[in-house]
Design a protein around this ligand. Structure first.
Ligand code: ZN
Length: 271
């Protein structure tokens, strides 16, 4: 009798043990299948990327997309039409802006105007700075009409003439500080001059913030210190130009100035 009872107890224990084992296996199966499906999803994403790249390769006739920059710019999908798009417009000593060019404008603050298509990004950027505790930031100058720029340039030339320079030399000197009207980015309504419009701006938290984050809002430092020979303009820490997020990020990543980036895009287009 005792033996039978012990046997029953033993069988019960075995059954309990089996039940626990089944439960553990069930839980393990659930967890493992979850992890596997997660990995599969990542694979799918990668596959989509690869397929996307292959399509681009086909259209570009490129045997291999090996470097990072090529991939990004291929994704930008540049063609000659886009190279001339409003946000990539290059204005410098070799590329003038038509005196009749007037973009659709919107007011940032107190009569300061910006291109209507880009103003949201400028506002978002400034709001983000405020959120990060940087409140000493303001747009001192943005869009300037051809006439306004002409006036600024003339004033600068006059200043140098008063300093004893000849007309030609005065114009040359003026041009390093103020752009000739047809060569000023401010005519595009895509450039913002911050705060004091001097290189004191470089010492501010606002400048540091812009250096770190401006590309996320589509802005670039247009006249960097180490690109003066290419831009033809002396370093301007206060002058930031909207080009669009995609372009700004590539420019920042590669340490290009706008001239170099446009050249690079033209090169990529020819491939
Ligand atoms: Zn400026």
């Amino acid at each position: 009798m005792l033996r039978i009872r012990n046997k029953n107890k033993f069988t019960k224990r075995i059954l309990m043990l089996l039940l626990v084992l089944v439960c553990i296996i069930g839980v393990l199966w659930f967890v493992i299948s979850g992890i596997i499906s997660l990995f599969n999803k990542e694979d799918e994403d990668t596959m989509e990327d690869i397929q996307g790249m292959q399509t681009l390769e086909e259209t570009n006739n490129e045997p291999e997309v090996t470097n990072e920059v090529m991939q990004v710019s291929s994704n930008v999908g540049i063609n000659s039409e886009e190279l001339n798009q409003w946000n990539l417009k290059l204005v410098n000593k070799d590329n003038s802006v038509d005196s009749s060019y007037v973009p659709e404008l919107e007011e940032i603050d107190d009569g300061v105007m910006f291109d209507k298509r880009a103003i949201t990004y400028l506002k978002e950027m400034i709001n983000a700075m405020y959120k990060d505790g940087i409140t000493a930031i303001w747009v001192a100058s943005a869009y300037r009409s051809y006439e306004k720029q002409e006036e600024l340039f003339k004033n600068k030339v006059e200043y140098y003439i008063e300093q004893g320079e000849e007309q030609e030399e005065a114009e040359k000197l003026a041009q390093t500080v103020v752009q000739r009207p047809e060569m000023s980015e401010h005519n595009l309504g895509l450039a913002a001059d911050f705060n004091t419009v001097t290189n004191e701006f470089e010492e501010t938290k606002a400048f540091q913030w812009l250096q770190k984050n401006a590309q996320d809002y589509g802005f670039i430092l247009r006249y960097p210190k180490d690109k003066q020979d290419i831009t033809g303009i002396t370093y301007e820490s206060w002058h930031w130009r909207y080009v669009g997020e995609e372009h700004a990020k590539i420019i920042k990543e590669n340490g290009y100035c706008l001239e170099e980036y446009i050249d690079y895009l033209k090169g990529a287009e020819e491939v």
